[in-house]
Design a protein around this ligand. Sequence first.
Ligand SMILES: NC(=O)c1ccc[n+]([C@@H]2O[C@H](COP(=O)([O-])OP(=O)(O)OC[C@H]3O[C@@H](n4cnc5c(N)ncnc54)[C@H](O)[C@@H]3O)[C@@H](O)[C@H]2O)c1
Length: 361
Amino acid sequence: MKKIRYAIIGAGTMTQEHIQNLSIIKDAEVVAISDIHRQSIIKCKKILKKQVLFFKSHKELIKKNIADVYLISTPNFTHLKILKDVLKSKKHILVEKPLCVNTKDCIEFKKLAKNYPSIIWTAMEYRYMPPVAKFIQEIHNKSIGNIKALSIREHRFPFLVKVKNWNRFSKNTGGTLVEKCCHFFDLMRLIIKSEPISVYASGNQDVNHINERYNNKKPDIIDNAYVVVNFKNGVRGLLDLCMFAENSDMQEELLAVGNKGKIETSVPSQQSGKSSSEIRIGLRKNLKTKKQTIKVDKKILNAGYHYGSTYYQHLSFIKAIKKKMKAEVSLQDGLVSVAIGEAAEKSIKEKRLVYMKEIVN
Ligand SMILES: NC(=O)c1ccc[n+]([C@@H]2O[C@H](COP(=O)([O-])OP(=O)(O)OC[C@H]3O[C@@H](n4cnc5c(N)ncnc54)[C@H](O)[C@@H]3O)[C@@H](O)[C@H]2O)c1
């Protein structure tokens, strides 16, 4: 079968991860990239296994009509404008998270994309980390009965340095709880199978980027928070984020409790070097315990920094294209994950419970 041809907009860190993953997927190939940043282009050229076309602007790239997929992997604040241009192509779209920097822009784009003839998929790739995917499957199979509470902890390293330091300011990213944590809010919604009604968060910029200055401006992004999300079906989600915990053994820890038991898993940090983790289900009845080891192939782990999720997301995306299926991660999923993040940022600023209806009508 013909390879799916990817054209990538943006040549930065995340694109380099996409290139490495696509190079180990036999059904896919990168055919073109657009960017103007010299260092990003040089880095891409170093890891590309074959020659691809480079363009200075995405509009030039789209005009060439040489791809089946446009992958948008540029700074968050550029997504909306580029998405609008790519819509004209009618080709499949994979857009990096967060869909846009705020809910208003996501809504605007969703309206424009109504009746789009091809797939538009928001890259909420944490769904595809092998231990997380198994955790979700077990919960949906009722292994712990009916879920009542879900807790996600991410303790990791600070934000990396990005091209022109765009990620140091909330106006470019949406704020930490949109930029980074849209992944976790997406997981909560997916796992809990309900919609959020309100959010309470407490957080601050306590340690990271405090002494950095860009054009005399201090970064305004928080580096730790607790966020409680209340869902319509009564289930609560808790996010515990800390971004000055680079020496963690596990980067993400997920726990859910149901009326019949509890399930736990974790995602090893890159620096731990671990390629396997465990799913543990502890039932209340007779205190029975079930454990399973989830291993990830080293070749897949070495193709990126997201514990195999970039690879498995591409496999699902390509399958959806080939089998003419719908996007597994829809625009609505992208939108609500941003909206919860926006509500959490607002809750921190205004020190109060924020209702989702204040953010999305
Ligand atoms: N899925 C994940 O877990 C994950 C992880 C990291 C980053 N991301 C997302 O990926 C996107 C890119 O982040 P990054 O880490 O690669 O940033 P980066 O700063 O490393 O790279 C961004 C690149 O985009 C280029 N660019 C800017 N405007 C452009 C335009 N109009 N056309 C073409 N290129 C343009 C810049 O020159 C730069 O080379 C962001 O939305 C980010 O949130 C997702």
